[in-house]
Design a protein around this ligand. Structure first.
Ligand SMILES: *[C@@H]1O[C@H](CO)[C@@H](O)[C@H](O)[C@H]1NC(C)=O
Ligand SMILES: *[C@@H]1O[C@H](CO)[C@@H](O)[C@H](O)[C@H]1NC(C)=O
Ligand SMILES: *[C@@H]1O[C@H](CO)[C@@H](O)[C@H](O)[C@H]1NC(C)=O
Ligand SMILES: *[C@@H]1O[C@H](CO)[C@@H](O)[C@H](O)[C@H]1NC(C)=O
Ligand SMILES: *[C@@H]1O[C@H](CO)[C@@H](O)[C@H](O)[C@H]1NC(C)=O
Length: 563
């Protein structure tokens, strides 16, 4: 799990004046203005045009994802999904004409045409948006951002332009160093392992044993997993081979993976921690499922949205997309429609039949003050785990005894996205169980996370030739992705569609019954014990960990009339 350390919460004021729609923000005091941005330096901005029918997309997503629906699994084609989000022609015309008057020629960066990108000098941006782009330094994170405290969208363009970012949004990009990784000393040179080994180090054999995950190679035509990579972290083929030789000695032909660059991400290099972990626990668990690593060169919200748009442009999407990086949701509060824009790309992927999976974070219920210290007045959710259209994965521990919540696992409630209907029963039951505990520290009406979990402690990983053990939701997340990919394999072989957006299935009575309920442990943070894991769903381990046999029976046998 990699994330910025510090929060940049902006307070937004919106006003519609004679000149247009003005947005002004007051950044948190940790952002100090340094100097006006150089007028000739280049700014890359993304313009989001209002979607034609986003509500229709969400309805269609639930219709194809709800196992009770007769349309379950009848995913939207590329053209059908795009029709919901495509901008209206008058929006495109208004925005292009406005930019044209400033001699700016945008590039379309989403397949539906709802996002345009411009690279313009600061002086042009200041004139276009009545802005004052300034270099701000986050004094704690040692990060600089070029932002403006005010933008104005002229009246004649205002109805046709939903958002333009990054302008007034103070969101710290992902950063490479994060102390939440607990990297142990490399274990001695590995020999063949027995299952008893799992109490100190986890290898795929342990996961096969605990979750009944098959070791047999997948073989369905059209199956696939995508792994998101940021920060120029790439996995190495050589490390994967070393990992298989030490940890998957049952496999004779070691599978390969592809690397695709998005936003100029690097495609080769010395294996690094997150990328090695994510590839070894997808390729190493979902045996023979074709796997593509997407190396994204932009570690801001833009890069996340760009990756989704890249995938949405494909005719054949990866059937699972797993991401072990995230932001703090507080950074997205007060950023206008950016959280919706970010979340909606995942609703498009789900509607097309891709299961989108994110780690829930490694900070328990941690909330952050602007100075980076613990915020004891509220818990801090992780983003985009709070997006209702994806599956958030927590972590557990306990190998020789019962599975319990890992104490670092991220979980909680959104302050931005309301609770989706599929969570109502599960979350209300939890809220009744805890009563008034932590009242005021979290938002009980928000989308709650995580949805599911798996063991996430002591994962043995080869990085640049040496073995390390790694803890985190970064470890559990690719395992859930692998489980979904292997379930997809059985479904594809039986002529059934991929599982797509799995939350409505997971939260059904039958879905929950196919998981191992984790009922003890908690996720401490900010001087509290954190949320307790209880019977049923909890904001620590979600609905529980997978039981592959039960899930397989469910996804192979079930008819819509069974739900
Ligand atoms: C623009 O921002 C700079 C700080 O970068 C500030 O010194 C200057 O007064 C601002 N100009 C206007 C017109 O607000
Ligand atoms: C594909 O894999 C399944 C599950 O392991 C197996 O039962 C089946 O025989 C395999 N099919 C082929 C053609 O190898
Ligand atoms: C803690 O976070 C909340 C929500 O972001 C914020 O309203 C509050 O001011 C923060 N507390 C402190 C002491 O900064
Ligand atoms: C609580 O979450 C809802 C969304 O469910 C949001 O509209 C509301 O502003 C949040 N309240 C606070 C205090 O953040
Ligand atoms: C990778 O391993 C090689 C060989 O042991 C070593 O020379 C190099 O410094 C390592 N690189 C990094 C980034 O750790």
């Amino acid at each position: 799990m990699i994330s910025p350390l510090l929060i940049a919460l902006s307070i937004v004021a919106l006003s519609i004046g004679a000149r247009g729609r003005q947005t002004t923000v007051v950044p948190k005091p940790n952002f100090v203005p340094m100097h006006p941005a150089s007028s000739t330096s280049s700014l890359q901005l993304t313009l989001v045009l209002p979607p034609t029918n986003i509500g229709g997309l969400h309805t269609a997503l639930y219709d194809v994802s709800d196992p009770k629906s007769v349309n379950y699994g009848k995913y939207l084609s590329k053209a059908e999904a795009e029709a919901f989000v495509a901008p209206k022609p008058d929006s495109v015309k208004a925005v292009i004409d406005w930019l044209g008057k400033h001699n700016i020629h945008p590039q379309t960066v989403s397949p539906s045409g709802d996002m345009l990108r411009i690279d313009i000098p600061v002086s042009t941006a200041n004139a276009l948006l009545t802005a004052n782009f300034t270099v701000f330094k986050d004094k704690d994170a040692d990060v600089t951002l070029t932002r403006t405290l005010s933008v104005t969208i002229p009246d004649d363009v205002e109805p046709y332009l939903q958002d333009i970012y990054p302008t007034t949004q103070f969101i710290i990009p992902l950063r490479p160093k994060d102390p939440s990784f607990q990297v142990a000393t490399p274990p001695p040179k590995l020999a063949k392992r027995q299952i008893g080994f799992c109490s100190s180090d986890v290898i795929p054999l342990c996961l096969e044993t605990y979750y009944h995950i098959p070791a047999a190679p997948a073989n369905a035509t059209g199956n696939s997993i995508g792994v998101s990579g940021y920060l120029n972290e790439v996995p190495s083929e050589k490390d994967l081979q070393g990992f298989f030789q030490a940890c998957r000695y049952d496999v004779t032909t070691i599978p390969k993976f592809n690397i695709v660059s998005v936003d100029g991400g690097v495609t080769s290099g010395v294996g690094t921690l997150e990328a090695s972990l994510d590839i070894q626990y997808t390729v190493g668990v979902a045996t023979d499922v074709p796997t593509t690593f997407y190396s994204v060169g932009d570690a801001t919200a833009t890069g996340f949205i760009d990756l989704a748009n890249y995938l949405l442009g494909l005719d054949e999407l990866p059937l699972v997309l797993t991401t072990s990086y995230s932001f703090f949701e507080t950074q997205f509060e007060g950023t206008g429609s950016l959280p919706d824009t970010f979340c909606n790309v995942y609703s498009q992927l789900g509607a097309r039949g891709t299961t989108v999976i994110f780690s829930s974070g490694d900070w328990g219920v941690y909330g952050l003050n602007p100075d980076g210290s613990c915020n004891t007045s509220t818990f801090g959710p992780t983003f985009p785990s709070t997006c209702p259209f994806l599956t958030s994965v927590g972590a557990t521990t306990g190998f020789n005894g019962p599975e319990v919540a890992a104490d670092f696992t991220g979980g909680g409630f959104s302050n931005i996205f309301p609770r989706p209907a599929y969570q109502n029963a599960a979350v209300e039951s939890y809220l009744n169980t805890i009563g008034s505990t932590y009242a005021g520290l979290f938002n009980s009406t928000g989308r709650a996370f995580p949805d599911i979990s798996a063991r996430g402690v002591n994962y043995l990983t080869e990085i640049n030739g040496s073995f390390w053990t790694i803890d985190g939701t970064s470890a559990s997340t690719p395992v859930i992705a692998s489980v979904v990919a292997l379930l997809n394999d059985a479904r594809l072989n039986a002529g059934l569609p991929s599982l797509g957006f799995i939350n409505p299935l997971l939260y059904s009575q039958q879905g929950a019954a196919a998981l191992n309920d984790v009922t003890s442990g908690s996720n401490p943070g900010c001087g509290t014990q954190g949320f307790p894991a209880v019977q049923g769903w909890d904001p620590v381990t979600g609905l529980g960990s997978p039981d592959f046999d039960k899930l397989l029976a469910l996804v192979m046998g079930a008819q819509s009339s069974d739900f």
